[in-house]
Write a protein that binds this ligand. Structure first.
Ligand code: 3H9
Length: 688
């Protein structure tokens, strides 16, 4: 039934009980309706609370693809609100979405100090659909409601009390509800019967502005604002009908489907089932080799997770630089109010930086984050193997090098696993866990366990040049450069991708991260480059002219005075010159064509990655593109998007492009198969 009922004196306790987080599905709605039907004169109050640690995580989003089934949640809540026996919410933990809407239907609301109450529906592409948009503004006013609903915010108990969303905080909300003097409840109107809030045009404008900035191009936040504004205009029941219609419409739109997909893909990012019985190494202390930006970020993240960290550097100068990098991270956290001055000082003190491998502690894990050169990596791992106990897992943070070749230097290559962090490593959620030919199950399981401790999203990747994310990125960048040579400008490309939903296009992104690393990579690979593939030297010339991006004040754009970007005509001249050398007749590209080509190049590569088994599932590629490369979340990730376009349509595009250049546009066999069968990337089973 998803609920448990217990009588205590004249009180009836209703426990929402659908582990792990009491999502409100059909069975729970039926259970609540039965309680309402069966209430008799012997009950003086109903106390609703959650079993386990949550109150309720909201409507069960797994039901959103099916037709709605009665009883509907808004009707159940209306019934409990109108019930002659008062309902009291004892909010023991998170009360989100429909959970918060049940709370709003109750006559009195008591929360535990650690509880949270919020309406995160817009993050799933919908709006609160069980009265949230109408009851909340009546209870807390339009401004406070607009601070919460369109941003999908949750309030801590003390914040909820401050705005009047709850009535009381109690260590034991259930006991407080049982002891409540019912005269307090019987004297107050139901929330739906409270006077309509006053219209607040300033708050509406501010909410629209915030939604445009933070949730650009998304439908749900703007619809949520419309509905909250409506609470000042329409009678409650009329506005509720509009809310219901909007909820049902939004939940089946592509944006909501994509956001649901992203939500469940994130929850599904776990160690593969084959590692179920494998015990990871219990990582209490770790070594990070290299204290540059990446190494320091990794060390800092490990420290925040309670792991004792020692950074190893080569010489005294590098030791000092690593110390400065750590101090910078701790001070930034202090400035942002994430830690106190004392805590920041402790971090600086705690993370040891040492010179050489002579006196390393007996760590359980080492992560290498040094220069991307095989000889350098080999020297590091030989030293680590000698210095650390045999149980220690050894990890490389390489982005492009062959993990199998790195491991070959070890006498026990099974100890080595790839842990590919993304910069800044203490912030970015993605962690590619790279399984080499020899990688042991224990090393792999340790990578997944570490990701969990660091609150990162782990994605398993096989060995290849660039793994999942950078391999796709390479094709994205290559295609963008081809567009430049063939007629587009960097700003046209950037605008086209921003209009697709990226926070910024490829060139602005390159300016931000610096052009020098990709340059070094291209030089490293020069000898093995495929001569049949077009090579575009625009970026090489830029780097050679010192145009490295923001850090030099000039890259694809100019940044006068370190400020915002300005279009630079010199870049267009450079592109024209390269096109002239390459004997290319330039032509115009529409934003639509730019987008189609860039996306087709990425999808084609991603399909190859899936087909080769480098990624185990399309959803893994979605997670990589969402959390490492800024793919718009409301499009669900690259492969989810590809499925909305359809393999057939993508295949047709690729066939057209292939006529221009059969090498660059070599079509992935998986796309050919799916186009033929009408299948979806999402259903592709892992390669054997
Ligand atoms: C809504 O309420 C609409 C209404 O307004 C209108 C209705 C008419 N549905 O995150 P975790 C699963 S829209 C289905 O790992 P945590 C999750 O998939 C809803 N399943 O735990 C996972 O499953 P598994 C608005 C859900 O402790 C397991 O629970 N609500 C739902 O890190 C544990 O989840 C939201 O947007 C759900 N709603 O975090 C809240 N929620 O074990 C969404 C969770 O198979 N949920 N699951 O992998 C959350 O934000 C977090 O899950 C929460 C717990 C903070 C609750």
């Amino acid at each position: 039934m998803s609920i448990r009922i217990e009588k205590q004196g004249q009180a009836m306790i209703v426990r929402l009980d659908n582990p792990p987080v009491n999502a409100i599905g059909h069975a729970m709605r039926l259970g609540l309706r039965d309680v309402l039907d069966q209430l008799d004169g012997g009950v003086d109050r109903v106390v609703v609370t959650g079993a386990g640690s949550a109150f309720a995580a909201g409507a069960d989003a797994r039901e959103f693809d099916a037709p709605p089934a009665e009883p509907h949640l808004p009707d159940v809540i209306a019934a409990l609100e109108q019930c002659p026996v008062p309902w009291i919410a004892a909010i023991n933990g998170v009360a989100l979405g429909g959970g918060a809407e049940i709370v709003l239907g109750c006559g009195y609301r008591i929360a535990a100090p650690g509880a949270q109450i919020g309406l995160p529906e817009v993050t799933l592409g919908v709006i609160p659909g069980a009265g949230g948009t109408q009851r909340l503004p009546r209870l807390v006013g339009m401004k406070a409601a607009l601070d919460i609903i369109p941003q999908g915010k949750a309030l801590k108990a003390d914040e909820a009390l401050a705005v009047g969303l709850i009535d009381q905080i109690a260590d034991d909300p259930l006991q407080a509800a049982l002891a409540l003097d019912l005269a307090i409840v019987s004297d107050r109107p139901a929330v739906s019967a409270m006077p309509a809030p006053g219209r607040d045009d300033e708050a509406i404008a501010a909410a629209r502005d915030a939604a445009n900035r933070k949730m650009r191009m998304q439908t749900a936040p703007q619809r949520a604002i419309d509905l909250v504004a409506l609470s000042a205009e329409l009678p409650f029941d009329d506005a509720m009908q509009q809310e219901r219609a909007a909820f049902l419409e939004l939940r089946q739109l592509d944006q909501a489907r994509a956001l649901r997909h992203a939500f469940f893909a994130e929850r599904g990012a776990k160690a593969p089932a084959s590692l179920k019985d494998v015990a990871p190494v219990d990582v209490r202390s770790a070594i990070v080799v290299g204290g540059g930006t990446m190494g320091a970020g990794i060390a800092y993240a490990l420290d925040r997770a309670g792991i004792a960290v020692t950074i190893v550097e080569n010489d005294q100068g590098a030791v000092e630089r690593a110390g400065v990098n750590i101090a910078r991270l701790a001070e930034a956290a202090e400035k942002r109010g994430l830690m106190s001055a004392a805590q920041s000082a402790e971090v600086k003190q705690r993370i040891a930086v040492v010179e050489g491998y002579g006196a390393l502690p007996a760590a359980d894990l080492a992560i290498e984050a040094v220069f991307e050169e095989m000889a350098v990596k080999h020297a590091v791992f030989s030293a680590l193997e000698k210095a650390l106990p045999a149980h220690a897992v050894l990890a490389t943070n390489t982005s492009y090098l062959d993990v199998n070749r790195i491991a070959a230097v070890l006498s026990a290559p099974s100890r080595l696993v790839g842990l590919h962090f993304f910069a800044p490593a203490h912030i970015m959620k993605l962690l590619e866990i790279v399984e080499g030919e020899a990688t042991s199950d224990v090393a792999l399981a340790t990578g997944f366990a570490l990701a969990k401790r660091l609150k990162k999203i782990p994605v398993l990747a096989g060995v290849c040049d660039g793994f999942i994310g950078n391999r796709i990125l390479t094709r994205y960048r290559e295609q963008a450069d081809m567009l430049l040579l063939d007629g587009a400008t960097p700003w046209e490309v950037d605008e086209a991708m921003a209009a697709f939903g990226y926070a910024m296009g490829p060139y602005e992104t390159q300016d931000l991260s610096g052009l020098d690393i990709a340059y070094a990579n291209r030089k490293r690979k020069a000898e093995t480059r495929d001569p049949a593939r077009r090579y575009i030297a625009i970026q090489d010339r830029m780097v050679e002219q010192g145009r490295l991006g923001r850090k030099t004040g000039v890259g694809w754009y100019r940044y006068p005075g370190g400020g915002g970007k300005v279009v630079d005509p010199l870049i267009e001249d450079l592109i024209r010159e390269e096109a002239h050398f390459a004997k290319v007749a330039r032509r115009e590209f529409s934003a639509g064509e730019i987008r189609e080509r860039l996306l087709a190049a990425m999808i084609n590569e991603a399909a190859a990655i899936l087909d080769e088994g480098i990624a185990a599932a399309a959803a893994d590629i979605d997670l990589v593109t969402l959390h490492g490369y800024g793919f718009p979340r409301w499009r669900g990730g690259l492969m989810h998007y590809a499925d909305t376009v359809g393999a057939g349509a993508i295949h047709e595009r690729l066939q057209r492009y292939r006529k221009e250049d059969p090498v660059v546009w070599r079509i992935s066999p998986l796309i050919e198969r799916l186009a033929e069968s009408g299948g979806r990337f999402a259903d592709v089973k892992p390669a054997e």
